[in-house]
Design a protein around this ligand. Structure first.
Ligand code: FE2
Length: 407
Protein backbone atom coordinates (compact mmCIF):
# COMPACT_ATOMS: atom_id res chain seq x y z
CA UNK A 1 0.00 0.00 0.00
CA UNK A 2 1.12 3.57 -0.57
CA UNK A 3 2.98 5.13 2.35
CA UNK A 4 0.96 8.23 3.19
CA UNK A 5 1.33 11.18 5.50
CA UNK A 6 -1.28 13.57 6.84
CA UNK A 7 -1.00 16.46 9.29
CA UNK A 8 2.07 17.33 11.31
CA UNK A 9 4.52 15.00 13.06
CA UNK A 10 8.30 14.80 13.48
CA UNK A 11 10.29 13.37 10.59
CA UNK A 12 12.25 11.03 12.85
CA UNK A 13 10.15 8.47 14.73
CA UNK A 14 10.04 8.65 18.49
CA UNK A 15 11.63 12.05 18.91
CA UNK A 16 10.56 15.07 20.93
CA UNK A 17 7.65 16.99 19.36
CA UNK A 18 5.28 19.70 20.59
CA UNK A 19 2.07 20.27 18.60
CA UNK A 20 0.76 22.31 21.53
CA UNK A 21 3.56 24.57 22.79
CA UNK A 22 4.99 23.19 26.02
CA UNK A 23 2.98 19.92 25.85
CA UNK A 24 4.88 16.82 24.70
CA UNK A 25 2.99 15.05 21.91
CA UNK A 26 2.69 11.28 22.44
CA UNK A 27 3.41 8.70 19.76
CA UNK A 28 1.42 5.56 18.95
CA UNK A 29 2.26 2.72 16.55
CA UNK A 30 -0.71 0.99 14.90
CA UNK A 31 0.98 -2.12 13.57
CA UNK A 32 0.41 -5.60 12.17
CA UNK A 33 2.34 -8.89 12.14
CA UNK A 34 4.10 -8.16 15.43
CA UNK A 35 5.86 -4.94 14.34
CA UNK A 36 6.91 -6.52 11.01
CA UNK A 37 3.84 -5.88 8.81
CA UNK A 38 2.26 -2.66 7.52
CA UNK A 39 2.09 0.00 10.22
CA UNK A 40 1.33 3.62 10.86
CA UNK A 41 2.61 6.13 13.37
CA UNK A 42 0.25 8.62 15.00
CA UNK A 43 0.96 11.63 17.17
CA UNK A 44 -1.56 12.37 19.93
CA UNK A 45 -1.43 15.98 21.09
CA UNK A 46 -1.63 15.37 24.84
CA UNK A 47 -2.79 11.91 25.98
CA UNK A 48 -2.24 8.24 25.25
CA UNK A 49 -5.00 6.13 23.65
CA UNK A 50 -4.73 3.89 26.70
CA UNK A 51 -6.31 6.35 29.11
CA UNK A 52 -9.54 4.53 29.94
CA UNK A 53 -11.55 6.39 32.57
CA UNK A 54 -13.69 3.61 34.06
CA UNK A 55 -13.33 -0.14 34.46
CA UNK A 56 -14.24 -1.84 31.14
CA UNK A 57 -17.60 -3.62 31.12
CA UNK A 58 -19.42 -6.13 28.96
CA UNK A 59 -21.63 -4.34 26.44
CA UNK A 60 -25.41 -4.50 26.54
CA UNK A 61 -25.32 -6.05 23.04
CA UNK A 62 -22.93 -8.37 21.23
CA UNK A 63 -21.98 -9.37 17.68
CA UNK A 64 -21.57 -13.12 18.20
CA UNK A 65 -22.97 -15.05 15.19
CA UNK A 66 -25.92 -17.33 15.99
CA UNK A 67 -25.82 -20.51 13.91
CA UNK A 68 -28.86 -21.65 11.93
CA UNK A 69 -30.67 -24.80 13.10
CA UNK A 70 -30.50 -26.12 9.52
CA UNK A 71 -27.31 -28.19 9.30
CA UNK A 72 -27.93 -29.74 5.86
CA UNK A 73 -25.59 -28.97 3.01
CA UNK A 74 -27.26 -26.75 0.44
CA UNK A 75 -26.69 -23.56 -1.54
CA UNK A 76 -28.31 -20.35 -0.39
CA UNK A 77 -30.05 -17.48 -2.17
CA UNK A 78 -30.49 -14.67 0.36
CA UNK A 79 -32.41 -11.52 -0.50
CA UNK A 80 -30.64 -8.89 1.61
CA UNK A 81 -32.95 -6.30 0.06
CA UNK A 82 -35.71 -7.70 2.30
CA UNK A 83 -33.79 -6.90 5.48
CA UNK A 84 -35.38 -3.77 6.98
CA UNK A 85 -33.48 -0.54 7.55
CA UNK A 86 -33.42 0.04 11.30
CA UNK A 87 -31.14 1.26 14.07
CA UNK A 88 -27.67 2.71 13.71
CA UNK A 89 -24.44 1.54 12.12
CA UNK A 90 -22.91 0.76 15.51
CA UNK A 91 -25.34 -1.82 16.85
CA UNK A 92 -27.31 -2.99 13.78
CA UNK A 93 -24.59 -5.19 12.27
CA UNK A 94 -26.05 -8.48 11.06
CA UNK A 95 -23.81 -11.49 10.43
CA UNK A 96 -25.03 -13.77 7.61
CA UNK A 97 -22.19 -16.34 7.48
CA UNK A 98 -18.88 -16.83 9.18
CA UNK A 99 -15.90 -19.08 9.74
CA UNK A 100 -12.80 -19.15 11.93
CA UNK A 101 -11.24 -16.12 10.22
CA UNK A 102 -13.96 -14.58 8.03
CA UNK A 103 -17.31 -12.96 8.73
CA UNK A 104 -19.81 -11.69 6.12
CA UNK A 105 -22.85 -9.56 6.91
CA UNK A 106 -24.87 -6.46 6.19
CA UNK A 107 -25.55 -3.11 7.79
CA UNK A 108 -28.89 -1.52 6.79
CA UNK A 109 -29.58 1.54 8.89
CA UNK A 110 -31.19 4.95 9.00
CA UNK A 111 -29.13 6.47 11.83
CA UNK A 112 -25.56 7.58 12.49
CA UNK A 113 -23.63 6.33 15.50
CA UNK A 114 -24.97 7.91 18.70
CA UNK A 115 -23.05 11.01 19.78
CA UNK A 116 -19.63 10.40 21.37
CA UNK A 117 -19.79 6.66 20.66
CA UNK A 118 -17.23 4.78 18.62
CA UNK A 119 -16.44 1.25 17.39
CA UNK A 120 -13.17 -0.60 17.21
CA UNK A 121 -12.90 -4.05 15.67
CA UNK A 122 -10.13 -5.55 17.73
CA UNK A 123 -10.20 -8.91 15.96
CA UNK A 124 -10.90 -8.15 12.32
CA UNK A 125 -9.80 -6.05 9.40
CA UNK A 126 -12.96 -4.82 7.67
CA UNK A 127 -14.06 -4.08 4.14
CA UNK A 128 -17.48 -2.65 3.33
CA UNK A 129 -19.13 -2.44 -0.07
CA UNK A 130 -21.61 0.42 -0.27
CA UNK A 131 -24.77 -0.85 -1.94
CA UNK A 132 -26.84 2.26 -1.17
CA UNK A 133 -26.39 5.65 0.47
CA UNK A 134 -23.44 7.74 1.54
CA UNK A 135 -21.71 8.81 4.70
CA UNK A 136 -18.44 9.58 6.44
CA UNK A 137 -16.20 7.18 8.33
CA UNK A 138 -14.36 9.30 10.91
CA UNK A 139 -11.34 7.88 12.72
CA UNK A 140 -8.02 8.92 14.22
CA UNK A 141 -6.86 9.09 10.59
CA UNK A 142 -9.38 11.77 9.65
CA UNK A 143 -12.64 11.94 7.74
CA UNK A 144 -13.23 9.49 4.92
CA UNK A 145 -16.35 10.17 2.82
CA UNK A 146 -17.93 7.18 1.06
CA UNK A 147 -20.83 6.64 -1.29
CA UNK A 148 -22.60 4.00 -3.38
CA UNK A 149 -20.21 1.60 -5.16
CA UNK A 150 -17.27 2.34 -2.89
CA UNK A 151 -15.27 -0.27 -1.09
CA UNK A 152 -14.32 1.06 2.37
CA UNK A 153 -11.28 -0.64 3.91
CA UNK A 154 -10.76 -0.28 7.67
CA UNK A 155 -7.70 -1.83 9.36
CA UNK A 156 -8.17 -3.88 12.52
CA UNK A 157 -7.79 -1.68 15.59
CA UNK A 158 -9.02 1.56 14.00
CA UNK A 159 -11.34 3.53 16.29
CA UNK A 160 -14.12 4.97 14.17
CA UNK A 161 -17.69 6.12 13.84
CA UNK A 162 -20.03 6.18 10.84
CA UNK A 163 -22.25 9.18 10.14
CA UNK A 164 -24.89 9.03 7.43
CA UNK A 165 -25.18 11.68 4.72
CA UNK A 166 -28.24 10.04 3.21
CA UNK A 167 -31.56 8.86 4.59
CA UNK A 168 -30.53 5.20 4.42
CA UNK A 169 -27.28 3.26 4.32
CA UNK A 170 -26.83 -0.31 3.03
CA UNK A 171 -23.41 -1.95 3.37
CA UNK A 172 -22.15 -5.43 2.59
CA UNK A 173 -19.64 -6.10 5.38
CA UNK A 174 -16.68 -8.47 5.45
CA UNK A 175 -14.32 -9.02 8.35
CA UNK A 176 -11.05 -10.94 8.28
CA UNK A 177 -8.55 -11.97 10.86
CA UNK A 178 -5.90 -11.21 8.21
CA UNK A 179 -4.89 -7.99 6.46
CA UNK A 180 -7.00 -7.05 3.43
CA UNK A 181 -4.61 -6.01 0.68
CA UNK A 182 -4.21 -5.71 -3.06
CA UNK A 183 -3.50 -9.18 -4.51
CA UNK A 184 0.27 -9.77 -4.16
CA UNK A 185 0.45 -11.31 -7.66
CA UNK A 186 -0.63 -7.94 -9.10
CA UNK A 187 2.21 -6.11 -7.33
CA UNK A 188 5.86 -5.72 -8.35
CA UNK A 189 8.83 -6.32 -6.05
CA UNK A 190 8.62 -2.71 -4.85
CA UNK A 191 5.00 -3.14 -3.79
CA UNK A 192 3.64 -1.12 -6.72
CA UNK A 193 0.72 -2.33 -8.84
CA UNK A 194 1.88 -4.01 -12.04
CA UNK A 195 0.97 -2.22 -15.26
CA UNK A 196 -1.21 -5.22 -16.22
CA UNK A 197 -3.08 -5.23 -12.87
CA UNK A 198 -6.82 -4.45 -12.80
CA UNK A 199 -6.20 -2.01 -9.95
CA UNK A 200 -4.08 1.13 -9.70
CA UNK A 201 -3.30 2.18 -6.14
CA UNK A 202 -3.29 5.88 -7.05
CA UNK A 203 -7.07 5.62 -7.53
CA UNK A 204 -7.77 5.14 -3.82
CA UNK A 205 -9.04 7.96 -1.58
CA UNK A 206 -7.51 8.49 1.84
CA UNK A 207 -8.92 10.19 4.94
CA UNK A 208 -8.42 13.93 5.31
CA UNK A 209 -7.07 14.75 8.74
CA UNK A 210 -8.89 17.62 10.42
CA UNK A 211 -7.68 19.56 13.50
CA UNK A 212 -7.07 17.32 16.53
CA UNK A 213 -9.98 17.16 18.96
CA UNK A 214 -8.31 18.14 22.23
CA UNK A 215 -11.33 17.57 24.43
CA UNK A 216 -12.02 15.94 27.80
CA UNK A 217 -15.26 14.16 28.70
CA UNK A 218 -16.72 10.67 28.32
CA UNK A 219 -16.21 8.91 25.02
CA UNK A 220 -17.48 5.36 24.76
CA UNK A 221 -15.58 2.92 22.53
CA UNK A 222 -17.23 -0.45 21.81
CA UNK A 223 -14.40 -2.91 21.24
CA UNK A 224 -15.12 -6.18 19.40
CA UNK A 225 -13.01 -9.17 20.47
CA UNK A 226 -12.99 -12.96 20.88
CA UNK A 227 -15.57 -13.92 18.25
CA UNK A 228 -18.01 -11.02 18.48
CA UNK A 229 -17.93 -10.16 22.17
CA UNK A 230 -18.15 -6.43 22.84
CA UNK A 231 -16.56 -4.56 25.72
CA UNK A 232 -17.34 -0.93 26.51
CA UNK A 233 -14.34 1.28 27.24
CA UNK A 234 -14.94 4.83 28.44
CA UNK A 235 -12.13 7.18 27.43
CA UNK A 236 -11.57 10.38 29.36
CA UNK A 237 -10.62 12.26 26.21
CA UNK A 238 -11.75 12.33 22.57
CA UNK A 239 -10.05 9.52 20.60
CA UNK A 240 -9.49 11.76 17.55
CA UNK A 241 -6.75 13.81 19.24
CA UNK A 242 -4.22 13.16 16.46
CA UNK A 243 -2.21 16.01 14.90
CA UNK A 244 -0.45 13.86 12.32
CA UNK A 245 0.12 10.33 11.08
CA UNK A 246 2.18 8.50 8.48
CA UNK A 247 2.53 4.92 7.35
CA UNK A 248 0.92 2.16 5.32
CA UNK A 249 -1.96 1.10 7.57
CA UNK A 250 -5.00 3.39 7.32
CA UNK A 251 -8.62 3.40 6.13
CA UNK A 252 -9.28 4.17 2.48
CA UNK A 253 -11.95 3.90 -0.19
CA UNK A 254 -11.82 2.44 -3.68
CA UNK A 255 -14.63 2.85 -6.21
CA UNK A 256 -15.52 -0.51 -7.75
CA UNK A 257 -15.81 1.22 -11.14
CA UNK A 258 -12.03 1.77 -10.91
CA UNK A 259 -11.49 -1.98 -11.06
CA UNK A 260 -10.30 -2.28 -14.67
CA UNK A 261 -11.60 -5.63 -15.83
CA UNK A 262 -9.39 -7.99 -17.79
CA UNK A 263 -11.20 -9.47 -20.80
CA UNK A 264 -10.15 -12.31 -23.08
CA UNK A 265 -11.40 -13.72 -26.37
CA UNK A 266 -12.90 -16.53 -24.28
CA UNK A 267 -14.46 -16.46 -20.84
CA UNK A 268 -12.22 -14.99 -18.07
CA UNK A 269 -12.10 -16.98 -14.84
CA UNK A 270 -12.42 -15.13 -11.50
CA UNK A 271 -8.69 -14.55 -10.81
CA UNK A 272 -8.81 -12.01 -13.67
CA UNK A 273 -11.35 -10.04 -11.63
CA UNK A 274 -9.60 -10.05 -8.28
CA UNK A 275 -9.44 -6.73 -6.41
CA UNK A 276 -8.44 -7.72 -2.86
CA UNK A 277 -6.87 -10.58 -1.01
CA UNK A 278 -6.74 -11.45 2.67
CA UNK A 279 -4.39 -13.97 4.20
CA UNK A 280 -2.13 -16.13 2.08
CA UNK A 281 -3.49 -17.70 -1.08
CA UNK A 282 -4.11 -20.52 -1.55
CA UNK A 283 -3.71 -21.63 2.06
CA UNK A 284 -5.89 -19.37 4.19
CA UNK A 285 -7.92 -16.17 4.00
CA UNK A 286 -9.95 -15.19 0.93
CA UNK A 287 -9.99 -13.34 -2.36
CA UNK A 288 -12.51 -10.65 -3.32
CA UNK A 289 -13.39 -10.20 -6.99
CA UNK A 290 -15.22 -7.31 -8.64
CA UNK A 291 -17.45 -8.24 -11.58
CA UNK A 292 -17.81 -4.96 -13.44
CA UNK A 293 -19.01 -4.30 -16.97
CA UNK A 294 -16.56 -5.46 -19.64
CA UNK A 295 -16.68 -7.05 -23.11
CA UNK A 296 -17.84 -10.66 -23.13
CA UNK A 297 -15.54 -13.09 -24.91
CA UNK A 298 -15.32 -12.31 -28.64
CA UNK A 299 -14.05 -15.65 -29.93
CA UNK A 300 -16.50 -16.72 -32.68
CA UNK A 301 -17.48 -19.77 -30.61
CA UNK A 302 -17.26 -18.26 -27.10
CA UNK A 303 -19.98 -19.13 -24.58
CA UNK A 304 -20.35 -15.99 -22.45
CA UNK A 305 -22.10 -17.67 -19.50
CA UNK A 306 -19.77 -19.31 -16.97
CA UNK A 307 -19.32 -23.07 -16.73
CA UNK A 308 -20.71 -25.20 -13.95
CA UNK A 309 -17.97 -25.17 -11.40
CA UNK A 310 -16.81 -27.01 -8.37
CA UNK A 311 -14.13 -25.08 -6.53
CA UNK A 312 -13.48 -27.68 -3.86
CA UNK A 313 -11.31 -25.50 -1.61
CA UNK A 314 -13.51 -22.41 -1.54
CA UNK A 315 -16.85 -21.49 -0.07
CA UNK A 316 -18.19 -18.80 -2.41
CA UNK A 317 -20.31 -15.78 -1.55
CA UNK A 318 -21.57 -13.52 -4.33
CA UNK A 319 -23.34 -10.22 -3.74
CA UNK A 320 -25.25 -8.97 -6.77
CA UNK A 321 -25.35 -5.18 -6.67
CA UNK A 322 -27.53 -5.13 -9.78
CA UNK A 323 -29.54 -7.83 -11.56
CA UNK A 324 -27.48 -7.95 -14.75
CA UNK A 325 -25.32 -10.98 -14.02
CA UNK A 326 -26.06 -13.20 -16.99
CA UNK A 327 -25.68 -16.59 -15.33
CA UNK A 328 -28.27 -15.92 -12.67
CA UNK A 329 -30.59 -13.25 -14.07
CA UNK A 330 -33.72 -15.32 -13.45
CA UNK A 331 -33.33 -15.41 -9.64
CA UNK A 332 -31.77 -12.03 -8.85
CA UNK A 333 -32.95 -8.88 -7.18
CA UNK A 334 -30.70 -5.95 -6.29
CA UNK A 335 -28.72 -7.01 -3.24
CA UNK A 336 -29.33 -10.74 -3.62
CA UNK A 337 -26.55 -12.84 -2.15
CA UNK A 338 -25.71 -16.39 -3.11
CA UNK A 339 -23.70 -18.74 -0.96
CA UNK A 340 -22.31 -21.87 -2.59
CA UNK A 341 -20.49 -24.18 -0.18
CA UNK A 342 -17.43 -25.92 -1.58
CA UNK A 343 -18.92 -29.40 -1.32
CA UNK A 344 -21.34 -29.12 -4.26
CA UNK A 345 -21.10 -27.58 -7.74
CA UNK A 346 -23.14 -24.66 -9.04
CA UNK A 347 -23.89 -23.40 -12.52
CA UNK A 348 -25.92 -20.96 -14.59
CA UNK A 349 -29.65 -21.69 -14.66
CA UNK A 350 -31.63 -23.38 -17.42
CA UNK A 351 -30.73 -22.14 -20.88
CA UNK A 352 -28.50 -19.26 -19.70
CA UNK A 353 -25.60 -20.77 -21.69
CA UNK A 354 -27.62 -20.88 -24.95
CA UNK A 355 -28.97 -17.36 -24.37
CA UNK A 356 -25.48 -16.02 -23.67
CA UNK A 357 -24.36 -16.88 -27.22
CA UNK A 358 -26.10 -13.68 -28.32
CA UNK A 359 -23.92 -11.68 -25.89
CA UNK A 360 -20.64 -12.69 -27.55
CA UNK A 361 -18.36 -9.64 -27.78
CA UNK A 362 -20.94 -7.27 -26.26
CA UNK A 363 -20.39 -5.08 -23.20
CA UNK A 364 -21.90 -6.55 -20.06
CA UNK A 365 -23.66 -4.37 -17.51
CA UNK A 366 -23.07 -6.47 -14.42
CA UNK A 367 -22.02 -5.33 -10.96
CA UNK A 368 -21.25 -7.96 -8.35
CA UNK A 369 -18.78 -8.67 -5.56
CA UNK A 370 -17.52 -12.19 -4.91
CA UNK A 371 -15.65 -13.62 -1.93
CA UNK A 372 -13.97 -17.03 -2.17
CA UNK A 373 -12.48 -18.46 1.02
CA UNK A 374 -9.34 -20.59 0.99
CA UNK A 375 -9.90 -23.82 2.93
CA UNK A 376 -12.43 -22.16 5.23
CA UNK A 377 -15.99 -23.52 5.40
CA UNK A 378 -18.54 -20.92 6.49
CA UNK A 379 -21.62 -21.46 8.65
CA UNK A 380 -24.90 -19.65 7.98
CA UNK A 381 -26.67 -17.70 10.73
CA UNK A 382 -30.29 -17.97 11.79
CA UNK A 383 -30.64 -14.30 10.76
CA UNK A 384 -29.61 -15.12 7.17
CA UNK A 385 -32.02 -18.07 7.17
CA UNK A 386 -34.96 -15.66 7.56
CA UNK A 387 -34.20 -14.07 4.18
CA UNK A 388 -33.24 -17.24 2.28
CA UNK A 389 -35.21 -18.61 -0.69
CA UNK A 390 -36.09 -22.17 0.38
CA UNK A 391 -36.49 -23.34 -3.21
CA UNK A 392 -32.97 -22.44 -4.35
CA UNK A 393 -31.53 -25.97 -4.00
CA UNK A 394 -33.87 -27.33 -6.66
CA UNK A 395 -33.95 -24.19 -8.83
CA UNK A 396 -31.56 -25.65 -11.45
CA UNK A 397 -33.74 -28.75 -11.87
CA UNK A 398 -36.90 -26.67 -12.02
CA UNK A 399 -35.42 -24.25 -14.56
CA UNK A 400 -34.53 -27.21 -16.83
CA UNK A 401 -37.94 -28.81 -16.27
CA UNK A 402 -39.70 -25.56 -17.20
CA UNK A 403 -37.75 -25.43 -20.46
CA UNK A 404 -38.67 -29.02 -21.26
CA UNK A 405 -42.36 -28.35 -20.58
CA UNK A 406 -42.40 -25.20 -22.72
CA UNK A 407 -40.62 -26.94 -25.65
FE1 FE2 B 1 -19.20 -19.61 -8.61
Amino acid sequence: MIIAKRGTLPTTPHTEFYYIPGVLSLEEIHGSFGFSGPWSRKMHVRKYPTEVKAAPKVSSFHLIPQESDDKTLHPYLIHTGDIPYEGNALSARHCLMWGPSTKIGVIKVKESFPQNKFFRNGEGHEIFFVQEGEGVLSSEYGELPFRKNHYVIVPKGTTYRIDLKSEKLWLLTVESKFLIEWPPHYMNTSGQALMVAPIVETEVSLPELTAPVDQEGEFLVYVQHNGGHLTEMVMGHHPFDVCGWEGALYPYTFDISKHHGIARAIHSAPPAHQTFQSGQAPYFGFSICSFVGQPEGWDPRDVAAPYAHFNVDSDEMMFFSNVNYGARKSVLREGTMTFHPSACPHSPHGNAAEKSLADRGKMSDRLAVMLDTFFEPLKVTSFAEKYADKGYSTSWFKAREALTLSA
